[in-house]
Each structure stands twice: as structure tokens, then as C-alpha cells.
Design a protein around this ligand. Structure first.
Ligand code: F6R
Length: 647
């Protein structure tokens, strides 16, 4: 095996034997300076970022020349309770953190913020300081005592020391102190730092880990993503790689590089609705996000078809000729996004005749894929920050492939590093399990496939327009599915809430939907659930079927391609003959499956390649309802986080 182009932070850490004691995290980070009660603003930001991690949470503020902090293991509710019993003093500057731990115990001691030994500096951190062991040894040799197992703590001590070395009359003393420390650090990190002697300044810094700034009226925000401050302001600033951002009550926001060079900040307007970060009357964000899908599908198509039948990409650094020169496509993504990629493969190969492979981003670069200038790599990511996808993208770039990002988060790293971008317009997705972003990704993939077909002259403009018209009818179709979900809810609550395992079968585009149905159930209801290509069943998995095993089958249209429908009906009979309880997702009017189905879930008739937009929905509802019936936290399943910024 050829080694990857560059070792990952984890590989480097592992090679240095540091991993055992290193805490790796992806986490949510908030910073604030302004006239409001900082503790309240920070807690509100953390509430909106909790989907990024919920193993522990903490907040720190500066008041009367002193740092005050509270931190607690477990969900944010624990920290809220702590704050109720021990409120923080009034303050106009604050920071907070909600953590997702991959190594080390998520206890109070390891929760952020971390403070320096003098108690002057507080730091919250997302990422991994690869060279922390050496830095810690140096600090300890100078007599500094560590009070946590984290790599983050070294940053607090180093900034404290560095601050003392910067002349007291330096106009931007804290920023300068942080800048010097950033140049000592290796690895991936987002840092937010404050000093007890600087009640008007908060500093953010980023390398390989996300951070955005928000600009309000005389107040400024930092967040791992815009959800942290969306309720406060729509004006945001993108922060680039190796940049430091100073938020000062009077001076506003100043951005510099780690070398101290001035950076002209890039402002943009957040077009997400604040209401998107509220449950809006639903019990769970996931239910709300499932219900938003018709609008999301419509939004993702809106205004994107050009007069010539092409697709208007949001950011294009690729010419039509580049698209014509493509000889091969790779789609790289993780989890649910990879299933959108699998669906895209069917559409791309059928509509464009370009060979297309779908690869899990975490595997891609380790098998030395064959890439060159004529390869298009499509990176699909809701968050735009998934480290596996980002590292795969960078590998593809190093091999001179062209990169097209399909992403939901404007200004995130994956679109910034792509040659062209199509944004999915799903709006903020809060529930950890992806639903509406998945449907938007599928639509975006269709648009890209049609763009390629059009630019390369494989399809005429009117053929492309005809398919786009079919896609335009899909929001109504999704709406109709949503209107008929009551029997699915009942089934979930009455018959399926107590089952131990569930199987999902599908063929063609129904196969990735089966995988997605199983993934939703695993992550939400903690059930053993497996998705299979229905044809593979007889090659082994059918042994899992016993009396009463629920098997969900995604049945294609009887009007669809070749004999797929009859093949799937045979598969249903095979599992039924072995005692399975069959739950069949079938098109309206398809009576051929009825005799073999214990339960039929009807979806509207639609073109074969577009069917995933309707067949995915009942599976989302099923998983959500089973989890709710089991009394589980639907929005924040155990062990998971929304944005996976570690490999
Ligand atoms: C499952 C889910 C995950 C994500 C995966 C990739 O419900 O949400 O499997 O799809 O972690 O995340 P993004 O799309 O942000 O790259």
C-alpha cells in the first residue's frame, strides 16, 4: 500500500506515542464580547451548538479583573443546573465549549475551558495539539503543574507566559501573545482565548479546524459554526487557515495571519433563518427537519437551471472545457452523505456515461486511487468540515484531480478547498442524524449529473429541462409521503419498538436507501440493523432471518427498469418463507407486492432514479419513532456528534 500524501494528525500523534494521553475532540466553541450578559449569550450559543458534542460543557467569563468559570460533565443541562445554583457575575466577555470526546474520560476535570496556573488565561479548544507532550515537558521543567489530562491546558500556560513577555504597552498585547504561541503549536486546532487583564478582548485562532466570526452592532461573536450566533446577527466573517481573529469592544474585529500580516476579512450574510435553530413546536429537531424536506428539495433546485440547460454552480473555478475533459468521477463522502453519493452514481452513469465510483472518504487515499487531471472528485458533506472527507479531498487535489464540493454549510472548509461548489440549501440541520441534508444532497447530485450531461453534449437542453421538471415535481411527492406517515408511526410504536434486529433490502437506487434506513435505525434506536442489496441476501445474510424478524424492503416501481420489480418481489417471498415480517415500501397502485407484505408503506409514483427522494422519508420516520418509543434522545444519540472533525 502506498502511504497517504501526508500523515494525519492522529497518525502523527500515534507515531509519537502521544495518543493514549491525548484528548481528541470536535466540539462546539463560542466566544462573545459586547454589551449583553456574556454568560447568557455564551450559554445560548452553546445550546445551539450542542449537536456538535455533548460529553461535557463549560463557560468562562471575565469580571472585575478575574476569570470565573463553570464546567460540567454530561449534557449542557448539567452546566445550566450548575449555573443556576452558582451563577456567574455580570460580564461583557465570555467563552464556552461543548465537547465530544474520542479519547480520555469526559469528566469535569477534562471539560473546557482550561485555565493557566496563574488563573489569568482561559482557553477552549477544538482539535489536537500534536506536539503537546514536548510542550508540557518544557512547562513542567519550568515548574508549571498540570491540572488536567488535556493537550489544551498547555496552550493556557503558554499564552500566560507569552503575555508576560509581550511589553505591557503593546497595543494588541493578548493577540501578540497568542500569535507567538500559535507558531509553537503543531496539529489541528481552533482556539478561543481570554485573559483576566483584558476585559475587552477575546482572541480566536484556527488551523485545520472550523471557526467563524459574527459581527453585531457593537458586539462580536466567535463560533465553530454560525449556529452559535445566528440568533444575534446575520453578518459573518470567514476565517482562513492559520489566521488569528481579535474581537475588541472598541476596535471591532481584526484578522491577521500567524505571521502577523494583516488580512482583509471576507464578510458574508448568513441566509439561514433563525427559526431553523428552534424546534418550532415539534418534539424533536429531527421531526421538524423531516417535515422541512419538501421545501428543502424545492430550494435546492430553485433558480439553478440556466437557459442552455446547464446548472448554475455557486462557485465555479472550473470551465465547461474542464467538465468536458473529465474521463472518470470519484465521489467521496462519509455515512449518510456517502449513500447520497451511491444514488448519484446511478444517475451520473446513466445520464452522462462517465464511469463513476463511490468511495468512503476514510478509505479513499489509503488504497492509492488512480487519479489525474481528467478525474473529477465530488466531495459530499453536510457540514463541510468532516475530516475524513477533507483529507480525501486534499489527497485528490495533490494528484491534480478537479474537486467539486456539494455542501450545506456556506464558507466551511470543504467548499473553500474545492474548485467548484454546489450548495445544498437545506438550512441549518440540528439533529445529529441527517435527514433533510440527505435529500438536498441527492437533488444536488442530480443537478450535477445533468450539468455534466448538458456541457458534454450527451443530453440536449430540452432533455435536461424535462428531467429538471420531473425533479421539480418531487417536493409535492415528498409532501404526500409526509401526509401519510401516521400508519408508519403506529407500526413503529406498536410492533417495532421492542425488536432486537431489523434488516433492510433494496436493489439499484433502493440499495443505498436500504443502507440509509439501517444506519438511521442503528444511530437513533441503537438496534442491530443491516442494509443489504436484495440480490446478496441468498449469499449469506438470509441466515439472519428467523421467525418474526422484521425486514423492510424498498421495492422499485413495477414500471421501472427491466425486471427489477419482479426480482425484489422474489426476494420478499424468500424472506417471508423463512418467517420474516415484511414491511414493504411500494409505489401507489403496485398491487403485485401486496400478497407478500405484512405492511405496505405507499409512496407516490415517480421516475426510477428520483425514487430515493420519496422512499427515504418513511425510513427516517420509522427510525425516529422507534427511538422516541424507546425513550431515547432522538436529536442527540449517544456517542455521536454532528460534525466529525477528527479522522
Ligand atoms: C448519519 C449522519 C452521518 C453523516 C456523516 C458525514 O445520520 O449524519 O453519517 O452523514 O458523518 O457528515 P457530513 O455530511 O457533514 O460530511
Amino acid at each position: 500500500m502506498i502511504p497517504p500524501a501526508c500523515p494525519t494528525p492522529l497518525q502523527v500523534a500515534a507515531a509519537r506515542g502521544q495518543l493514549a494521553s491525548t484528548l481528541v475532540r470536535m466540539c462546539g466553541i463560542v466566544g462573545y464580547v459586547g454589551p449583553q450578559q456574556a454568560g447568557d449569550v455564551v450559554m445560548e450559543g452553546l445550546r445551539r451548538l450542542e449537536y456538535r458534542g455533548y460529553d461535557s460543557a463549560g463557560v468562562a467569563i471575565v469580571a472585575d479583573g478575574e476569570l470565573h468559570q463553570r464546567k460540567k460533565a454530561g449534557k449542557l443541562a448539567n452546566l445550566s443546573a450548575e449555573l443556576s445554583s452558582a451563577p456567574l457575575p455580570a460580564s461583557t466577555i465570555g467563552m464556552g465549549h461543548t465537547r465530544w470526546a474520542t479519547h480520555g474520560k469526559p469528566n469535569d476535570r477534562n471539560a473546557h475551558p482550561h485555565t493557566s496556573h496563574t488563573g489569568h488565561v482561559a482557553v477552549v479548544h477544538n482539535g489536537i495539539i500534536e506536539n503537546f507532550a514536548g510542550l508540557r515537558d518544557e512547562l513542567e521543567s519550568r515548574g508549571v503543574e498540570m491540572s488536567s489530562d488535556t493537550d489544551t491546558e498547555v496552550v493556557a500556560h503558554l499564552v500566560d507566559e507569552s503575555y508576560e513577555r509581550v511589553p505591557a504597552d503593546h497595543p494588541t498585547r493578548l493577540r501578540e501573545a497568542v500569535r507567538r504561541v500559535c507558531n509553537l503549536l503543531e496539529g489541528a486546532f481552533t482556539l478561543v482565548i481570554t485573559h483576566a487583564a483584558e476585559p475587552d478582548t477575546i482572541i480566536g485562532a484556527r488551523r485545520n479546524s472550523p471557526l467563524v466570526a459574527g459581527v453585531g452592532d457593537g458586539e462580536y461573536f466567535l463560533g465553530s459554526d454560525v449556529a452559535a450566533f445566528i440568533a444575534q446577527t446575520r453578518e459573518a466573517i470567514e476565517l482562513g487557515q492559520d489566521q488569528i481573529c481579535e474581537l475588541h469592544r472598541e476596535r471591532g474585529i481584526t484578522v491577521t495571519t500567524f505571521d502577523g500580516g494583516a488580512v482583509e476579512p471576507v464578510h458574508y450574510t448568513i441566509d439561514w433563518d433563525d427559526a431553523a435553530a428552534e424546534k418550532g413546536g415539534y418534539d424533536w429537531f429531527m421531526l421538524k427537519e423531516i417535515a422541512e424536506q419538501p421545501a428543502v428539495v424545492a430550494d435546492t433546485i430553485r433558480g439553478r437551471l440556466t437557459d442552455t440547460g446547464g446548472i448554475a454552480l455557486d462557485e465555479v473555478r472550473l470551465s465547461d472545457q474542464d467538465f468536458r475533459d473529465i474521463t472518470k468521477i470519484f465521489i467521496i463522502a462519509c455515512g449518510t452523505s456517502s449513500y447520497a453519493g451511491m444514488i448519484a452514481k446511478y444517475a451520473i452513469e446513466h445520464w452522462t456515461r462517465i464511469p463513476c465510483e463511490v468511495e468512503l472518504a476514510s478509505e479513499f487515499r489509503y488504497r492509492d486511487p488512480v487519479l489525474d487531471r481528467s478525474t473529477l472528485v465530488i466531495a459530499i458533506s453536510q457540514s463541510g468540515e468532516t475530516m475524513d472527507t477533507l483529507m480525501a479531498l486534499r489527497h485528490a487535489k495533490s494528484q491534480h484531480a478537479k474537486i467539486l464540493g456539494i455542501c450545506n454549510t456556506v464558507g466551511s472548509t470543504i467548499p473553500r478547498e474545492s474548485d467548484a461548489v454546489l450548495y445544498t440549501r437545506a438550512g441549518v440541520e440540528i439533529a445529529v442524524a441527517s435527514t433533510k441534508a440527505f435529500l438536498a444532497q441527492i437533488v444536488a447530485c442530480y443537478l450535477i449529473a445533468l450539468h455534466l450531461a448538458s456541457v458534454r453534449g450527451v443530453k440536449w437542453g430540452d432533455e435536461v429541462a424535462a428531467i429538471v421538471d420531473q425533479i421539480r415535481s418531487m417536493p409535492d411527492a415528498v409532501e404526500r409521503v409526509l401526509d401519510t406517515m401516521e400508519p408508519v408511526r403506529t407500526l413503529a410504536r406498536t410492533e417495532l419498538a421492542d425488536v432486537q434486529q431489523m434488516l433492510f433490502l433494496g436493489r439499484h437506487v433502493g440499495y443505498p436507501i436500504a443502507l440509509e434506513g439501517a444506519l438511521k435505525l442503528k444511530e437513533l434506536a441503537y438496534l442491530h440493523a443491516e442494509g443489504f442489496a436484495a440480490g446478496e441476501l441468498k449469499h449469506g445474510p438470509i441466515a439472519l432471518v428467523s421467525e418474526g424478524t422484521p425486514v423492510v424492503v424498498v421495492c422499485p416501481s413495477p414500471l421501472g427498469r427491466d425486471s427489477l420489480h419482479s426480482k425484489v418481489v422474489s426476494n420478499i417471498q424468500e424472506v417471508r418463507a423463512r418467517g420474516a415480517r415484511t414491511i414493504v415500501i411500494a409505489e401507489e397502485g403496485d398491487e403485485l407486492v401486496t400478497p407478500y407484505a405484512d405492511h405496505v408503506i405507499r409512496v407516490p409514483r415517480c421516475p426510477v432514479l428520483l425514487a430515493p427522494l420519496v422512499t427515504a422519508v418513511p425510513l427516517q420516520v420509522l427510525a425516529c419513532e422507534i427511538a422516541a418509543a424507546k425513550g431515547l434522545d432522538v436529536d442527540q444519540p449517544r456517542n455521536l456528534a454532528k460534525s466529525v472533525t477528527v479522522e
